[in-house]
Write a protein that binds this ligand. Structure first.
Ligand SMILES: Cc1cc2nc3c(=O)[nH]c(=O)nc-3n(C[C@H](O)[C@H](O)[C@H](O)COP(=O)(O)OP(=O)(O)OC[C@H]3O[C@@H](n4cnc5c(N)ncnc54)[C@H](O)[C@@H]3O)c2cc1C
Length: 550
């Protein structure tokens, strides 16, 4: 294809992603200097369309960014009033009392929110300060300057044919240049992955670890609804097959967020995370809550779980990684939104100071220092051994030992277990199919549990079909030649949206089919494919899920 000519626009700071991290950076920049040119680019059709969290929000990030958020009408309407933790067996449950939990696990003072709505409100605040926000604009490429620094992004390329050539309505998009480019793409960002590889940002750090989070919104019987109640469970149905657990949050309007996280370092390639979630809802305790209600939305997203040890170097020439692009989730708390906001604020302060000093295109080292010694570090360091303990010793030992380590760290700021390291990547953890038995999952009943494709229709996902497949195979032969015989091609099961199929017809070679139209942008395939053969890139802007109030 001939060199594409694009118009360019100049800004002081270009921000990729209108999640809590990117929007916090934008707001802070304009608070510091209303004259700065700040643009936020978002691939969702509107701000919030691709946002998926639990979510229980620790307001510390918002307090630091917009202390008068209450007066400004932030949609934090449901304070947590009750915090429950259960261990599940197949037919029963056991409540773990709150008193042995380290204080950092306490949810009082937090809010059950729709992060999609919080992001929509943050976008209004940002626009009120003069930030330009362009939804429906996927940033598909980075633009590099003469010295190898990141100097911008390409956004808004539309209308390619399936083979990548320009179609009849082709729009080349624009280059947006900035003195600094901040990447707030969330977990496993496609541009973030590129800068991590190019500048070797992960060198000397543990590999990032991930979970797959799936979530439904239910409207339940008002008699059973207990606004403000937060429930977490561990145990059944995962047992020793994988780590993970559930969350059930009662928000407003008789709605409940029901979610399930499966750690992606599981070995058994027959494990089917989506079906584990569906099975979970048949546990008597959960079924009793949901019976008579209806599921009104579904979505899925990977969650970073590596924590402190896995945070890469967060700056590179010309920019920085924010929020979950840097992996700032506190795993035992299942919370990352507060750190996403704090990191956005810190990066903005570093970029503002640099621009004031006449700099551009270099490294924002004060941001790195802030992240590694400020409030984000304090939050993540205390809990840093929980995930490696779980991976190595399983749930029970990690609850006991991890709890002890967190308690001491909470009281003294010192972790008696030091810093345990993570082992291999989640992709490399996948075992060979010959060592495992297939798992027989019950068929969804259509009342409490649903098949994948029906549920995907509740994510309002849409992709223009006549565009290149955004799930690129580095080697198209690997799914059938390697992954199928060796791992029973786990893509058929780990994808929570039914994107991948192996079609086997008599007398024909098996075929690997990618239904990219179903993709909910969770990025699990990019993470878990054992051959690391799937590269998730952005489809054209505006495509993907259209979450209502996830
Ligand atoms: C199931 C689940 C439950 C969770 N529960 C909680 C919870 O209860 N509390 C909590 O605090 N945290 C929770 N988290 C973690 C929380 O969601 C993340 O920490 C948080 O979303 C990180 O914010 P972010 O701004 O870095 O990224 P995101 O919120 O993921 O936002 C990134 C944005 O960037 C956009 N984007 C990405 N790439 C591009 C591109 N190339 N071009 C343009 N736009 C792009 C995306 O569309 C998205 O809008 C949960 C996560 C999951 C998956």
């Amino acid at each position: 294809m001939a060199e594409i000519e694009r118009e360019s626009m100049e800004y002081d700071v270009v921000i990729v992603g209108a999640g809590p991290a990117g929007l916090s950076a934008a707001i802070r920049l304009k608070q510091l200097d209303p004259d700065l040119g700040v643009v936020v680019l978002e691939k969702g059709s509107e701000v919030g369309a691709h946002i998926l969290s639990g979510a229980v929000l620790d307001p510390c990030g918002l307090n630091a960014l917009i202390p008068d958020w209450k007066e400004k009408g932030a949609p934090l309407n449901t304070p947590v009033t009750e915090d429950n933790f259960y261990l599940l067996g197949e037919g029963g449950h056991m409540r773990i009392p709150n008193w042995p939990m380290p204080p950092l696990m306490n949810n009082h003072g937090n809010y059950i929110v729709s992060m999609g709505n919080v992001c929509r409100w943050m976008a209004e605040q940002a626009e009120g300060l003069g930030v330009e926000i362009f939804p429906g604009m996927a940033c598909s490429e980075l633009v590099y300057g003469e010295n190898g620094e990141v100097k911008g992004v390409v956004a808004g390329e539309f209308g390619k044919n399936p083979d990548g050539t320009p179609g009849p309505a082709y729009e080349p998009g624009m280059e947006l240049h900035g003195k600094y480019v901040l990447l707030g793409e969330g977990v496993r960002g496609s541009l973030s992955k590129e800068v991590m590889a190019k500048y070797e940002l992960s060198r000397g750090h543990c590999p990032q670890k991930f979970g797959l989070g799936m979530k439904e919104i239910w409207e339940i019987d008002p008699e059973k609804h207990r606004e403000g109640t937060v429930t977490h469970t561990m145990g059944w149905p995962l047992g020793s097959n994988a780590g993970g657990g559930s969350f059930i949050y009662h928000l407003e309007n008789n709605q409940v967020y029901v979610g399930f996280v499966v750690h992606l370092n599981y070995e058994n390639p027959y494990l089917f995370p989506y079906m584990e979630f569906q099975r979970f809802k048949h546990h008597p305790m959960v079924a009793e809550l949901l019976k008579g209600g209806k599921r009104v939305a579904y979505g899925a997203r990977a969650i970073s779980e590596g924590g402190w040890q896995s945070i890469p170097k967060v700056t590179f020439p010309g920019g920085a990684l924010l929020g979950c692009s840097a992996g700032l989730v506190n795993v035992p708390r299942i919370k990352g939104n507060h750190n996403a906001m704090l990191s956005g604020k810190a990066a903005a302060e570093a970029a503002h100071a640099a621009i004031q000093a006449g700099r551009s295109g270099d490294e924002l080292t004060t941001y790195e220092d802030d992240l590694r010694s400020g409030p984000v570090a304090k939050d993540l360091k205390r809990v840093r051994n929980v995930k490696p303990l779980w991976s190595k010793l399983g749930m029970a030992a990690s609850l006991a030992l991890g709890g002890f380590d967190m308690w001491v760290a909470n009281l003294t700021g010192w972790n008696p277990l030091g810093t345990l390291r993570h082992g291999k990547s989640d992709a490399a953890a996948t075992g060979e199919a010959s060592k495992f038995q297939p798992i027989d999952y019950p068929k969804p009943d259509g009342k409490l549990s649903f098949d994948r494709l029906t549920n995907v229709s509740f994510s309002m996902t849409n992709h223009e079909e006549s565009q290149p497949c955004h799930l690129q195979l580095r080697d198209p032969s690997i799914p059938v030649k390697v992954n199928l015989p060796k791992y029973a091609e786990p893509a058929q099961r780990y994808c929570p949206a039914g994107v991948y199929e192996v079609v086997e017809e008599e007398g024909k070679e098996p075929r690997f089919v990618i239904n990219f139209q179903n993709c909910v942008h969770c990025k699990t395939c990019d993470i878990k494919d054992p051959s690391q053969n799937i590269n998730w890139v952005t489809p054209q802007g505006g495509d993907g899920p259209n979450y209502p109030n996830m």
